[in-house]
Design a protein around this ligand. Structure first.
Ligand code: ATP
Length: 310
């Protein structure tokens, strides 16, 4: 295992920010920590990296106990924190060169790695720019380039796409998958479920400092009762019919929002057919029916009773 965390607890004074955290991450995984703001993702990462003291727990990285002075382990770890941490007085290229140089003494090798990181994050047109001249998205890409240029075996990325434009976001996500293909194990935190679904091979969902479910996205979706979700456009629909819709076999819930009827079904098949038969039998005009599989938001909603979305 690349990371093993046993029974981790961290409090800030009387606030328990993290409790009962157990996790194992194997080599080659893109492991996602998904949770709303304040659920303990950053605290978890900072504890795992020994940047924060914790109440109790055991943390091993590459099979060895992690400690603040475990420099041999830190050598193989790259960290991209939520807050951009670069030097304003250095250019893009100089910043990457500086951070890479902390790990790679050989000048020729360092030069190659800096160049790769620039290309990899799409910063080739900005290498002489100072950070203050970069947009938010480019600044985040620079932050990532500085954290990963030395090609560490293990990379932590804490919400690297918060407040970035879609182009930079895609670049960042593609880059993370490429780093993984090149051999790095990735720990990725986010409160964007779509991102986590797209790039993570395994996901832990956190809520209020506690892990509430862990698995692949398929495993997580299989944990819940909700199967297919069906939306039907119904220009004229009386709410008096909702109890009848809810009573259809396999329907877990049904609600109308404006001209849309939203149904959640259990995992058994045939829901679309039953809904269409019902609408025809009741003489209700409808259009634009579509079905979708549950999302990680549905997993979060079913377990916690609240939406994961902001
Ligand atoms: N230094 C601190 N002192 C006191 N409380 C803190 C401190 N850092 C975090 N917290 C609290 O601990 C809890 C977990 O915060 P944390 O930043 O780990 O969550 P998060 O999931 O990373 O959220 P975000 O996405 O907003 O960064 C929150 O209630 C937060 O207010």
């Amino acid at each position: 295992m690349i990371i093993e965390v046993e029974n981790l607890k961290k409090s800030y004074g009387s606030l328990v920010a993290l409790e009962d955290l157990n996790l194992s991450v194997a080599e080659g995984e893109v492991f996602g920590l998904l949770g709303p703001n304040g659920s303990g993702k950053t605290t978890a990462i900072n504890c795992i990296l020994s940047l924060l003291d914790y109440d109790h727990g055991r943390i091993r990285i590459f099979g060895k106990d992690m400690a603040p002075d475990a420099y041999d382990l830190k050598q193989d770890i790259g960290v991209v924190m939520q807050n951009v941490a670069v030097f304003d007085e250095l250019t893009v290229q100089e910043n990457i060169d500086y951070f890479c140089g902390l790990y790679v003494p050989d000048k020729k090798r360092k030069k190659e790695l800096v160049e790769e990181a620039i290309l990899f994050t799409g910063l080739e047109d900005y290498r002489k720019f100072y950070p203050k001249k970069l947009s938010g998205g480019l600044l985040r890409r620079l932050n990532i380039a500085c954290g990963i240029a030395h090609k560490p075996k293990l990379i932590f990325l804490d919400e690297p796409t918060v407040a970035v434009d879609p182009q930079s976001r895609n670049k960042i996500l593609e880059g993370i998958l490429e780093l993984n293909r090149q051999g790095s194990t990735i720990i990725y935190t986010s409160h964007y479920m779509e991102e986590v679904e797209t790039i993570c091979s395994r996901i832990m969902i956190l809520d209020k400092g506690k892990p509430i479910a862990t698995g692949t996205k398929e495993e997580l979706k299989n944990m819940i009762a909700t199967g297919t979700k069906v939306t039907v456009e119904v220009p004229i629909f009386s709410d008096a019919l909702l109890p009848k819709v809810r009573a259809l076999p396999g329907v877990i819930s049904a609600d109308r929002q404006g001209t849309r009827l939203h149904l959640k079904s259990s995992k058994e098949n045939g829901i679309l057919e039953r809904v269409i038969t019902f609408l025809n039998d009741e003489g209700i005009a409808y259009s634009n029916i579509y079905a979708e599989l549950p999302t990680l938001n549905d997993v979060f909603l079913e377990i916690t009773g609240k939406e994961l979305r902001d």
